[in-house]
Design a protein around this ligand. Sequence first.
Ligand code: FES
Ligand SMILES: [Fe+2]
Length: 324
Amino acid sequence: MLVTIDKNDRFPMPSYPNGWFQLCYSDELDSGAVMPLSYFGEELVLFRGEDGAPRLLEAYCAHLGAHLGVGGEVKDNCVVCPFHAWAFDGDGQCTDIPYAKRIPKKAKVRAWPVVERNGLILAWNHGDQAVPSWQVPEVPEFGHEEWTEYTTRRWKIRSHNQEMAENAVDSAHFRYLHKTQNIPPTEATTEDHLLVMESPATMTYRGMPVEGRIRSELYGFGFTITRFWGIAETCLVSSATPIDGEYIDVRFSFMLRKTLAGSAIDDPAMLEMVAKKFRQAVERELEQDIPIWENKKYISPPVLCDGDGPIGLFRKWCRQFYVA
Ligand code: FES
Ligand SMILES: [Fe+2]
C-alpha cells in the first residue's frame, strides 16, 4: 500500500509563507522566452516581455485551460495561449482574442508581483494575495568589479521554509552536527521582516586558526544574504522556494572577493583554491542538515536549554509570514 505523508502532519504552519521567492536566474530567461514552473502549490508560467520585464501568471488559460507555459508565445508584453491564441498581459488580464468582437470580463488569470534583482527573478507570494510589504534588497557585491560572478548549487529538499531558516539561529547544532570547534555565540536582532544573525567563527588556514565572522540577513524565509570574513571574503545569496507543500527548491549563489583585502591569504594564486574549499565546506554543512530536516518533526513549543541560540526570538519573528 502506498502511504502518502500529509505535509501538515509534520508542520502545523501553512506550507506557503508570505514573502519573496526565487523563480530562476535572470540568464535562464531570454527576451521573449516562456518558462513553465511549479511553485507555491501552483502551475505557473513565467515569461519575459519584449520590454525585457519578467511576468508571472497562473499557467492554466482562463478559456479552456491550456497550459500557457507549454507552447505559449510572447507577443509584445503578453503571453499568447497555444490553443486559441488568447493573449494575457502581466496583470493576468486577457487583452486580445483574435476571433472575438468582445473580451469577456472574466477572461483573467492570477498574476504575481515579480522583481528582477541581483541576477535573480523573484515573485511575491502571499496567502491573501496582498501586495508586497517589503522589497528585495540590492546586493552590492553583485556585478561589482572586485567580486566574482555567481558559482551556483541547487538542491530539492523535503522540508519547510521555516525549519530551514531556523538553522541560522540554532547555534548548538554547529558544534554537534557540523563539528565546529565550539558553539558559536550567536547574536540575533529582528526588525520587521528582517532578521540579522552575527557570530564569530574560527576558521583554519594552513593549519593555523584564523578569527573570522559570519553575518546572515534573512529577508523572510525566501531570500538570505550571508557574508563570511576570515580566510576568503565570501558572499552567499541563498534562496528557498516552496514547490508543492512537501519540497523546497534551494539555491546557493556564491561570490568571492577577488582582492586580498580582508583575507588571511597573502598569495593571490591560493585564493581561488581556498575559496573553492570554503564553498565546498558550506555546501557540505547544508548536506549534513538535509537528513535532519527531511526526517525531523516540528516541535511547538520546543524544550530549550540555556545553551541554545535565540530560537524563541526566531519563532516569534516567524509569525508575521503567515496569514491569520
Ligand atoms: S485554452 Fe487558451 S485560448 Fe483557448
Ligand atoms: Fe546547519
